[in-house]
Design a protein around this ligand. Sequence first.
Ligand SMILES: [Ca+2]
Ligand SMILES: [Ca+2]
Ligand SMILES: [Ca+2]
Length: 339
Amino acid sequence: MLNQPKMLKNIPVFMVSLATGLTLSGLSEVAKAYTVAGPNPNDPLYLGTPGKVVNGVDLDGVGDLILNGNSRCTASRISATHALTAGHCVTDNFGNINVNSATLAWNTDDGLSVGNVVNITTHPLWNGDILLGVDLAIVELDQIADFVPTYEIYTGSGEIGAISDAKVGFGLSGTGTTGYTINSGTKRHGQNVYDGVGSDFFSDVSANVMIYDFDSGLQANNTLDLIAPGSSDLGLGLNEVMTGPGDSGGSTFIDGKIAGVTSFSATLGVGDSLSGLNGSFGELGGDVRVSLFNDFIQDTIGTVPEPLTILGSGAAIGFGTLFKRKLAKKSRKNSNRLS
Ligand SMILES: [Ca+2]
Ligand SMILES: [Ca+2]
Ligand SMILES: [Ca+2]
């Protein structure tokens, strides 16, 4: 059942965007996985085996998110009970939460941790439009084992041009030559470089999105450089990866922290080594720039003060806190508790 994950229940038909207008409108929200630059996706170089640490990042905190028993995304632990993923993993094309049940599993060198999702919160501005760069959701679990690593959110501003520590996900895999040909469900990782933000390249993509290309090492597939000369390098050799269906929601780490959440991939009319959207060399990827949304994330995972702690603090403070809690509740209308 999980061998052919339908990443998004309603994957729109991908529309090739014309290089002339340089827009990405109509592009499908694609899912993600890792297609790798090297000849063998099962090379240990790419496998996120339990206990693996890459460039200082313990990959064990990146988990396998199964939705409604029939689709897959990736999510990373960010608190005692929360994990960060992509909004489109848990909603329809209009941003409405459509998950009835979900589990999140971490297979670590200390053991297996599996929890049930009990609450889902999407970013208040998430409406299904991936080009806005607010494709974020936080899932709350009934339990997460203590041994699962918890990641911090990157809050710097040095993402563009930085070589990621790792991009991680459980999606379809393959090579840059073949595109994705291998089932999802295996954790893989690799690297890429954010060449710019969406608005640097496309008139209809937000600066909240960070864009990168899947380099083969040949200028012919250096897509971002082809459409914006001087903007992009020839890649990282065997370490270069692109996402595929199932990688959505996965993390890209910079300075050991979560800097990007996998949101979509795209193919233009230029640079793509294998026609169509299939994870081949020359395709583009878009990640949510997480540093811009730290307030939303901290608000969502933060603990609400218990009534007992305000009892002795005086009526005025108690009243103010109550008011704040009401506001907080109101602003979380995109939050769904699963039964
Ligand atoms: Ca690249
Ligand atoms: Ca490039
Ligand atoms: Ca392609």
